[in-house]
Design a protein around this ligand. Structure first.
Ligand code: 3HC
Length: 284
């Protein structure tokens, strides 16, 4: 199957980035969110990123216009009917995601279509089991900012057909130009299983008064050549996302390193979610 028609569910931070990657790769993309405001915000985010892409010489104005022309925004899930690949990037809520998979299963007509989740850490098997085609469900996890980060994780559940994962690996490399890695369906997959304990250690260091956020970040940027320090990265990922991912890994593994720091929970309760709300550990 040549994948030419894709769908993205959710156009928040990750969904809009994924939609942009697909449109830039030449696919027709239908992007769905739950209401007009969410759709308008997603469209604005993509347009802003395209403008940055042009400004940085990553695409011409003509390529930008063509890519924008391949994107359709909607609030109707039914518009996913003719899609060959649908990537779910809704909020990290298991019940919401399961419902979306069940609905997509009823809507997407092509039996060969592939249904993927961009979840950061939730078990793919639970979404697969919400459908009547669990062998065609897998995890396809992008990294923020999706148009810039080369990596995708491909996660097979215990029932994903090997040829489905192989097809997505080929598509990720040859069509999207990404670097795929494969993971078992384990909490946090590969990257977040390593990243979340690291971010949480940095937040605990700050919480305990061990060092300032600036010094923690400068330490990792200038001492270990990280592109940004862990406190700033937590802000960029979204403190709510860091919390959900940590909770989900901790719930299954009991690993204390993945237990969310109290300061993180308090900040999320206080609506300080990082870059997306303009305020987190830093002002954005
Ligand atoms: N479109 C295309 N290219 C773009 C772009 C856009 N909208 N915006 C930036 N770029 C390109 C730039 O042209 C530049 O390319 P070059 O190196 O070839 O010149 C490159 O991207 C870097 O862009 P900038 O110069 O604007 O920005 P910085 O150098 O300050 O880098 C950053 C910003 C890419 C965010 C960098 O700081 C970084 O990589 N930080 C770490 C991000 C990270 O770790 N992400 C993973 C988070 S974990 C996750 O997402 C998983 C989830 O499940 C939690």
């Amino acid at each position: 199957m040549t994948i030419e028609r894709a769908g993205v569910i959710g156009c928040g931070l990750m969904g809009s980035g994924i939609a942009e990657v697909l449109a830039r790769a030449g696919l027709s993309v239908v992007v769905r969110d739950i209401n007009d405001d969410a759709v308008a915000a997603g469209r604005k985010r993509i347009e802003k990123s395209f403008a940055k892409g042009v400004e940085r010489g990553k695409m011409t104005e003509q390529e930008r216009d063509e890519a924008l022309g391949r994107l359709t925004f909607t609030t109707e899930l039914s518009e996913m009917a003719d899609r060959q690949l649908v990537i779910e990037a809704a909020s990290e809520n298991e019940d919401i995601k399961k419902k979306i998979f069940a609905e997509l299963d009823a809507i997407v007509t092509d039996e060969q279509a592939i249904l993927a989740s961009n979840t950061s850490s939730m078990p793919i098997i639970r979404f697969a089991q919400a459908t009547s085609r669990p062998e065609r469900v897998l995890g396809l996890h992008f990294f923020n900012p999706a148009p810039v980060q080369p990596l995708v994780e491909i996660i097979s559940s215990v029932v994903t057909a090997p040829e489905v994962a192989d097809e997505i690996e080929k598509f990720s490399t040859e069509v999207l130009g990404k670097t795929p890695i494969r993971s078992d369906d384990r909490p946090g997959f590969i990257v977040n299983a390593l990243l979340i304990p690291f971010l949480f250690s940095a937040i605990r260091m700050l919480e305990s008064g061990h060092a300032t956020k600036e010094d923690i970040d400068t330490g990792m940027v200038n001492g270990c050549a990280h592109p940004m320090g862990p406190i700033k990265l937590a802000d960029m990922v979204g403190l709510d996302t860091c919390l959900f991912v940590g909770q989900s890994i901790y719930e299954e593994t009991g690993d204390p390193a993945a237990k969310p720091p109290i300061l993180l929970s308090r900040m999320v309760d206080g609506g300080l979610l990082g870059a997306k709300t303009g305020k987190g550990f830093y002002d954005w």
